[in-house]
Design a protein around this ligand. Structure first.
Ligand SMILES: NC(=O)c1ccc[n+]([C@@H]2O[C@H](COP(=O)([O-])OP(=O)(O)OC[C@H]3O[C@@H](n4cnc5c(N)ncnc54)[C@H](O)[C@@H]3O)[C@@H](O)[C@H]2O)c1
Length: 146
């Protein structure tokens, strides 16, 4: 299965590496070009026991890819995990604008999106329900493809 993980930080990189190790083809996307360049060189920006080996092996064997372009990663991907940051807003609650901006781009541009998932405990079911209602017209127009 082809998967895309958006946000290649603590959550996204570990998620991507583990899904690749399970045999999936995973593209990890990040807006931080320096981080993506380092990952392609095998330089892992975080420490998690065993992660280096998972990342380097799966990258070398082509199951794990890195990109700064979500658009490029969407080619052939049907499952998306959103793992971008949710900084605290003025009232201390999680600011969801970055998560929802990525979700909108996926809904708007992906030829095929089966699952939209987030690791963020701050993204409540109600937030996603509101988002999906907002996108209802668009979804209704798109033929099912995967
Ligand atoms: N780290 C944890 O233990 C943990 C646990 C539970 C939940 N979470 C949640 O998971 C989410 C990710 O956490 P993290 O610790 O991995 O954060 P992180 O800051 O380590 O990584 C986030 C990454 O997303 C990238 N990013 C930001 N906007 C982007 C965009 N539009 N497109 C692509 N990449 C983008 C950043 O450059 C960064 O590399 C957060 O919302 C956090 O609250 C984290």
């Amino acid at each position: 299965m082809n998967l895309t993980v958006v946000g290649t930080g603590y959550v996204g990189l570990v998620t991507g590496a583990c899904f690749a190790e399970m045999g999936n083809t995973v593209t990890c996307v990040d807006v931080d070009a320096a981080k993506i360049a380092k990952l392609k060189e095998g330089i892992i920006p975080i420490y998690e026991p065993g992660l280096d080996a998972l990342v380097t092996t799966n990258y070398r064997e082509g199951r794990l890819r890195f990109s700064t372009s979500l658009e490029e990663a969407m080619d052939g991907s049907g499952v998306y995990f959103i793992a971008v940051g949710t900084p605290p807003g003025e009232d201390g609650s999680a600011d969801l604008q970055y998560v929802l901006a990525v979700a909108r781009q996926i809904v708007d541009e992906a030829s095929c999106a089966r699952v939209l998932a987030s690791h963020d405990e701050g993204v409540s079911r109600a937030s996603y329900a509101a988002f999906l209602r907002e996108q209802e017209g668009l979804k209704a127009r798109r033929p099912r493809c995967c």
